[in-house]
Design a protein around this ligand. Structure first.
Ligand SMILES: [Zn+2]
Length: 114
């Protein structure tokens, strides 16, 4: 009796390629606040340095936030970020100028009734 290979793939390269193609073509990233998965271009990427949230500089540790979460009320956002980043800030400004500006920009179009 001869043993027959069960694998239909002739080589490992082809196998890896098919695995890769069967996965989603667009990579998704997770928002640290809501833990939802989104395509990369619907997320904002930040990095944290000395307790300040900065624009991602292509180096170091980074995290993603979805645009939905950017629109949370600021006190809610502060609370959530404090929890995620192990900080104890009171205002959105405490996370740094870059971040508070980004939040303001995302809330610009939302009209509130005060
Ligand atoms: Zn989110």
């Amino acid at each position: 009796m001869t043993t027959q290979a069960l694998c239909v793939y002739k080589d490992k390269k082809q196998f890896n390629f098919d695995i890769m193609m069967s996965k989603k073509l667009k990579p998704t990233r997770m928002c640290i606040i809501c833990r939802g998965r989104f395509e990369q271009d619907t997320l904002l990427r930040f990095q944290i340095n000395s307790g300040k949230i900065l624009e991602f500089s292509k180096e170091g540790r980074s995290f993603y936030m979805c645009k939905n979460c950017m629109c949370f009320a600021q006190d809610k956002l502060v609370k959530l970020l404090n929890g995620k980043l192990k900080l104890r800030y009171k205002n959105i400004e405490d996370f740094g100028e870059y971040f508070s500006k980004s939040v303001r920009e995302h809330n610009k179009e939302i009209i509130t009734n005060g």
